[in-house]
Design a binder for this molecule. Structure first.
Ligand code: C2E
Ligand code: CA
Ligand code: CA
Ligand code: CA
Length: 276
């Protein structure tokens, strides 16, 4: 089709109008989800690379609002962050993940960690550590079983609020994981300043393990060496083939998760998997 400047402009404004409308619809759906309990968690098992036992589980959010049909957290979390709804959503998630952990421990003999995603927004929220503390007390769970995952891009080394929040969380005794590691710009020398316990290798690097691009292929190795240097645990995400799993195993990766091992499961299916 012929593209005049005028047409481009029209397409452009139409795009903006569409995305604004979508954003408003998502916002409406999220508000409804908070008031009507349209949220749920699914559970993705995390395996020990050496013996393939389930050592942890990542809780992932799902929303069943009619306005959010077919829309996953990749799309609704950014809207939640832009509208401020994320704070209530993160608390909903932590609350329900801890509830799940209590049941896993008392009824299913689970001894692993529950890994909970929190928005980078919380690193700038001075109230957050106290809110986490209150929830730990409500459910009487020991903090050693909790890992909070924050995307690497949210860590700002020089930012005092961010560092204070991380330190307050560390003081609670929960562990901290840098999610999507390798996609941000953490200077390796900065790692020592973060009270982190774990690096989660971003799925894109696991994907590239057998790619033609030598440099990307080596990232998994680089991250693992870095983790060893700083005494951090490593979780590889997005494992989709036996080949990738074998490589991770022999290169000394601690834990792994991915569709090849298990998709995220609804509660009943996760329980079955745990007892299988
Ligand atoms: P994430 O924390 O990096 O979570 C991993 C995402 O990758 C999940 O998508 C998971 O289903 C998917 N995944 C895991 N293994 C594989 C694999 O082998 N292949 C492929 N193709 N995908 C895999 P999901 O559940 O759609 O979550 C997307 C993102 O949304 C998460 O990325 C996280 O950033 C955010 N998110 C999810 N749940 C929550 C939550 O409860 N709170 C917050 N704040 N963010 C959340
Ligand atoms: Ca995660
Ligand atoms: Ca990730
Ligand atoms: Ca620590």
């Amino acid at each position: 089709a012929k593209r005049s400047g005028k047409n481009c402009f029209r397409f452009f404004t139409q795009d903006i109008a569409d995305s604004l409308k979508e954003r408003q619809q998502i916002e409406k759906g999220l508000k409804l989800a908070l008031s009507e309990e349209h949220f749920s968690l699914v559970y993705m098992p995390i395996f020990d690379c050496r013996d393939s036992t389930i050592v942890a589980v990542e809780a992932l959010l799902r929303c069943h609002s009619p306005d959010l049909k077919g829309i996953g957290p990749d799309r609704f979390i950014p809207v939640a962050e832009a509208t401020g709804l994320i704070k209530d959503i993160d608390l909903w998630v932590i609350n329900n993940a801890l509830k799940a952990l209590v049941s896993l421990q008392s009824e299913h003999g689970f001894e692993g960690k529950i890994c909970i995603n929190i928005s980078g927004v919380e690193l700038h929220n001075e109230l957050f550590p106290a809110q986490v503390k209150a929830l730990l007390e409500t459910y009487k769970v020991s903090p050693e079983y909790i890992e909070l995952e924050v995307t690497e891009t949210a860590f700002v080394a020089g930012d005092t609020t961010c560092m204070a929040t991380l330190e307050a969380l560390e003081a609670l005794g929960v562990s901290l994981a840098l999610d999507d590691f390798g996609t941000g710009y953490t200077a390796f020398s900065q790692l020592i300043n973060y009270p982190a316990d774990c690096l989660k290798i971003d799925r894109s690097f696991v994907n590239d393990l057998f790619s033609e691009r030598e440099a990307r292929k080596k990232m998994v190795m680089v991250i693992q060496n870095l983790a060893k240097l700083y005494g951090l645990r490593v979780i590889a995400e997005g494992v989709e083939t036996q080949e990738q799993l074998d490589y991770l195993k022999q290169s000394g990766c601690d834990w792994a998760q991915g569709y090849y091992l298990s998709k995220p499961l609804i509660w009943n299916d996760f329980i079955k998997k745990l007892h299988a």
